[in-house]
Design a protein around this ligand. Structure first.
Ligand code: SAM
Length: 221
């Protein structure tokens, strides 16, 4: 790893927002999934969440379409899979995360009214069906992007970007990008995994700690 590469990795990790995430509920088109993950990378989401379509196979980021459209963002944003949406919503809420469902209902508010400086998960729905009523009801709030056109909804990746960049705006104003949100240990762990992706699995398999890195990103010892 070059010192420049290491410096970039540290710069990016120092802006990661472990308290901002998305839950993609059965988003089934690879290009939408990839576009959302790419936006997650841009705003600093550390881990995204997904429920695979139809309770089926884990989402595949290895297909050419996905890689081409994500610009390899899937390498820098972990996607944690969940078996079902309600379970995932409750698990996140149990961790103190407010879940905001993108859903039109009696209690929906304009997405700009939400406070994204709080630990937040934006719940995104499938292209055909949107967010299920049960998941929207279980969420802490329902948000919508006001629409004034003939077509009633946006593409899911466009909606995700619109909302996540509002979250970025609020978090910038609150200083959440000004200091690392990851612990020093987490930052060092991820810096090794990102800088030495071919070596990291070997250390994990052996149950060994990653080597420390010097200020140029070279392994010590
Ligand atoms: N027929 C679906 C419905 O009734 O919800 C349309 C789903 S839309 C194509 C796919 C997803 O994009 C939605 O579930 C939501 O996550 C997001 N989305 C689209 N337009 C939105 C808007 N105006 N406000 C908030 N989210 C939106």
């Amino acid at each position: 790893m070059t010192p420049e590469r290491y410096a970039k990795i540290l710069r990016v990790l120092s802006k990661r927002q472990p308290t901002l995430t998305v839950l993609m509920d059965q988003v089934n088109k690879p290009h939408n999934l990839s576009a959302i993950v790419r936006t997650c990378d841009a705003v600093g989401v550390l881990t995204a969440h997904a429920v695979p379509p139809g309770g089926g196979k884990p989402l595949d980021f290895e297909g050419n379409t996905s890689q081409a459209t994500s610009g390899s963002a899937h390498k820098w944003v972990r996607v944690q899979m969940h078996a079902d949406t309600l379970g995932a919503v409750r698990e996140l809420q149990g961790q103190g995360v407010q879940v905001l469902a993108t859903h039109l209902s009696q209690r929906s508010v304009d997405y700009r009214e939400a406070d994204y400086t709080r630990p937040t998960c934006v719940l995104l729905g499938a292209e055909k069906w949107g967010v299920a009523d049960a998941a929207a009801d279980a969420a802490d709030g329902n948000i919508v992007i006001p629409m004034f056109g003939m077509v009633p909804s946006l593409n899911v990746s466009v909606a995700a970007a619109t909302i996540l960049f509002e979250a970025q705006r609020q978090r910038l104003a609150a200083g959440l990008y000004g200091a690392p949100q990851l612990s020093p240990e987490e930052l060092a762990r991820l810096a090794f995994e990102w800088g030495y992706p071919e070596l990291a699995p070997m250390y994990r398999e052996r149950g060994e700690a990653y080597p420390a890195l010097d200020d140029q990103g070279q392994m010590l010892g």
